[in-house]
Structures are given as structure tokens and as C-alpha cells.
Ligand binder design. Sequence first.
Ligand code: ATP
Length: 247
Amino acid sequence: MTTAPSLFLHGRAEMSGATLFRDVALDVPGGGWTCLLGPSGIGKSTILKLFADLAEGVDFDGRIGATDGPLAGRVALMAQDDLLLPWLDVLGNVTLGARLRGDTPDPARALDVLDKVGLAGFEARRPSELSGGQRQRAALARTLMEDRPVVLLDEPFSALDARTRARMQELTAETLSGRTVLLVTHDPAEAARLGQKIIVMTETGLRDLPPPAGPVPRPVGDADTLRVQANLLEILRKDERCAPLTS
Ligand SMILES: Nc1ncnc2c1ncn2[C@@H]1O[C@H](COP(=O)(O)OP(=O)(O)OP(=O)(O)O)[C@@H](O)[C@H]1O
């Protein structure tokens, strides 16, 4: 893996003349986890797609990229929709990135990652033969297979039961250690566990919140983590348009 760069997105976005978001100033530190929260429809997924150069139909006016040069070829995106190809089995989906790049797929590594996400024995199934949570873990496995310095995760654990979610957070934090990770989540507990930078996006801008102390993933019962989780929930429940903003 090459060095994990810092990212920036400063600007506004429109689609068909309608504003998606305005005057966002987002800075994502390199080599760690940044968590982005905010109300539904505020533009979080659009930001991930802009970084991945997959924001079809979106007019972005501003500056976006990595501080050390072009981002192209250095980004893996796990979209909100799992985007598993229905005609491929799980193993085929998980090794798809390598085949699309013209690389030799590594089925042994893919089977190891599938084992780690709890899908050992599911490699020959089609996506239609999986539950929602299993599909999401297959998509996670595909993302973890990509050896990219920048990883964008759009609600990657949203379909998982609490126990599996905690385990997948730990696996993902361990696997992506040292990479630049931008995680979109609606879950304050998840942001408090994983965020080294925590940002709430509102209609009027971005608000940085101090993260808990300690390395990620933080223990679920850690007192500082629970305090930040509660604080985040309070902030998300309030009308953010009235809250003081830092940018
Ligand atoms: N293909 C599209 N055509 C038109 N509008 C779109 C399209 N995709 C997204 N939008 C609009 O762009 C805005 C931002 O959407 P986006 O998916 O980025 O929000 P989000 O914050 O990620 O929401 P959620 O938390 O519900 O996933 C929304 O108002 C949405 O309706």
C-alpha cells in the first residue's frame, strides 16, 4: 500500500440545478478514521461518490482531492447499496476488483476474508441466496480485498445485528489500520467507537466534535466513548441549524 493521503473537499454541489449541498469545507486526515454523520438527504453519500469520482450527474463547484496528488486508482468505495453482481457467486463478487483491473484474482485470500466476515461456506452462493446482513458482509469482504490507501464506507454495518456489527467494526478497523477511512454512519455509538475525527453535517455546514481518547476500535463500554456517543445523539436530536458551527 502507498502512503495514505489526507483528503479535502471544499465547495458546493448541484444536480439538475437543485442544490445538493452548499459551502462544505471537509478535511479528512490521512491514515485514520473520520466519521461523517448527519440527517438523511444532507449529502453524505454524494461526498463519498465525489471522492470516488462516481457522482454521476452531480455538478461540483470547488476543490476536491488528496493533498499529495491525484486520487484516481487509490480509492475503494463500499456504497450504501451493496452492488453485488447477481450473476456472480460470492467468491466471484469478492474477487471482481482484481479481475476488472486485469490482475490475477487471489481466491485463497478471498476465502480467508470471507471466513473473517463469517461467510465461510457461502462462497458458491448467489447474492439472491443471502440475507441482507450476509449481502452486506459480502460487500464488506469485497472492499477489504481492495488494497487501497483510501477507503470510503457508506453505512457499511447498517444491516448487521448488534453482535456482528461490533465484530465487523473491529475486523474493519484492524484490516484498514493506517489507511485513510471516511465512514458515513447514522450510528452515534459507531462514530464514538471508530472516529478519530467526528463530523456532523448540517444544512449550514460541518461541525467537528472532539472524539473520545484512545486508539480505535474503542471498547464498547469505555466511559469516554459512551459520553461522546450520548453527546452525539443529543446533537443529532437537536435542530442543528440553530447550533454553533465551526465551519
Ligand atoms: N440520482 C439522484 N437524482 C436526484 N437527486 C438525487 C440523486 N441522488 C441523490 N439525490 C439527492 O441528493 C441529496 C443528497 O443525497 P445523499 O444520498 O448524498 O444524502 P445522504 O446524506 O447520504 O442521505 P442518507 O443518509 O439518507 O443516505 C438528497 O436530497 C437526494 O434526494
